[in-house]
Ligand binder design. Sequence first.
Ligand code: NDP
Ligand code: HEM
Length: 501
Amino acid sequence: MDNQPQKLTTASGRPYAENENSQSAGARGPLLLQDYILHEKMAHFNRERIPERVVHAKGSGAYGTFTVTNDITQYTRARLFNQVGKETRVFMRFSTVGGEKGSADTERDPRGFAVKFYTEEGNWDLVGNNTPVFFVKDPKKFGDFIHTQKRDPYTNLKSPTMMWDYWSLNPESLHQVLILMSDRGTPVGYRFMNGYGSHTFSLINAKGERFWVKFHFKSMQGIRNFSGPEADAMKARDLDFAQRDLLEAIDNGHYPKWALKVQIMPEADAKTYKWNPFDLTKVWPHKDYPLIDVGVLELNQNPDNYFAEVEQSAFAPAHVVDGIGYSPDKMLQGRLLSYPDAHRYRLGGNYEQIPVNRCPYAVHNYQRDGQMRVDGNGGRTPNYFPNSFDTIVADASYKEPAQTLDSLVADWYDRNAPGDNDHYTQPGILFREVMTPEQQMATVQNIVTAMRGISGPKKEQIVFRQLCHFFRADMSLGMAIARGLNVNVDQFMPTAQSAHA
Ligand code: NDP
Ligand code: HEM
């Protein structure tokens, strides 16, 4: 910034003569209608808020670089992966899910982990969470589920009764609930947690072969979580703990890094694999599909302006690039539609022209006009296709290989297909085989604390229904929670008759 004085002006450039005293009829008189500067200041202020995101409203963002460290060109022709050492600029936004824009960063909640890769063939958005699974596996359930995480319509309070009522009636949520209730539900800011693309996507290589893929970002800072009481204490001390932590780390040159890894499933395996690979409530065990290194993502630049860059950032799972495609995951299919729709509502139809969202490489199409079109609108170039004037063409080499949707495909989606309604095996493995005894104890304690919040006439019904799910995942998990809640466990013990059923 140079030290030359600069004139204060209206938005249309007229210099101000005075900025703090409104024009009045005499020193003590009423104000004059002609004080346009007063009107402009007040009117613009009144329009400063845009709708907050309906979910993931509280968040933090930063720019960085993704660098390829391992060759995966046998699986994908995506240009950003075409050379070891290749760098791609990224913008990332982390978030909590259920709270409002001013809510606490240390709430027990999944954390959003959204990455925008500005690749030379378009922006690729990987809009994931810090967990590999989700609460529901059909997009029709999303709005109902989210309502239970927001405020009760009557009390305007968060309601553990609504949450556990819903979870207990939707046992497919159990895997995600168990992760949420472990100390991974309260990470120490955003730097010490993993990120997951969560859905199954596809990779397409230069030969036109398709592979199913899951993306994992492993924190290179290690995993650090708050205990339940520590997270509560931080809420009282610093609502914005995660924002402050990320901002200060980057300002001080402690650039956080994540190792990007993939699990790859050959296309044909999907038909025979023991789990439905497109079910968002299940993981692919690492021993079946091991992690393969891809590269390193580093965040190294704070945005200059929170509203312009973080609040106006817009991510969409539909934004993929050549070499990366969708999958039949029903949740992903639902999200393809929902996000651009949300952005058009929140930011307007031209949201992709906002600098943080704009593709930094050439964009050619015939979209024109609309509110806040500020990029020249294509100037004199034709606004229709085909035309005799420009040289814009669709390039068939970007086609994806055809996908066979035969009767077998329908069978995978059969709600009663073996394994699809098994909501218990993977959570049981997580509790028994992955968690240490200390982590098990913390998880039980967090669940007991959360379930103690259930109240009202349906309390017993909700508690019992949810306990049954915990028992089905793991007997000792169910027992520990039941004891913590002072529930008589005898009713959950198999009787001689049911044990032989
Ligand atoms: P592995 O032992 O190979 O992997 C276990 C995974 O669990 C690691 O990625 C670990 O992450 C992660 N983890 C550890 N504690 C927790 C926790 N409290 N909440 C969530 N994740 C945790 O086992 P499998 O691949 O056979 O999977 C076993 C279970 O582990 C699954 O049922 C699932 O619940 C969980 N899991 C599996 C993942 C997968 O993609 N296979 C991914 C994440 C969890 P880290 O290495 O960072 O400590
Ligand atoms: C944000 C819908 C599932 C991760 C949002 C937003 C909507 C939405 C409308 C707000 C977008 C905006 O205004 O900018 C849905 C629907 C889902 C779904 C309909 C299921 C059908 C998921 C899942 C994940 C996820 C499974 C993670 C695996 C995120 C993230 C954000 C977000 C990270 C915030 C992005 C940002 O930082 O701007 N979601 N969501 N969502 N969602 Fe989802």
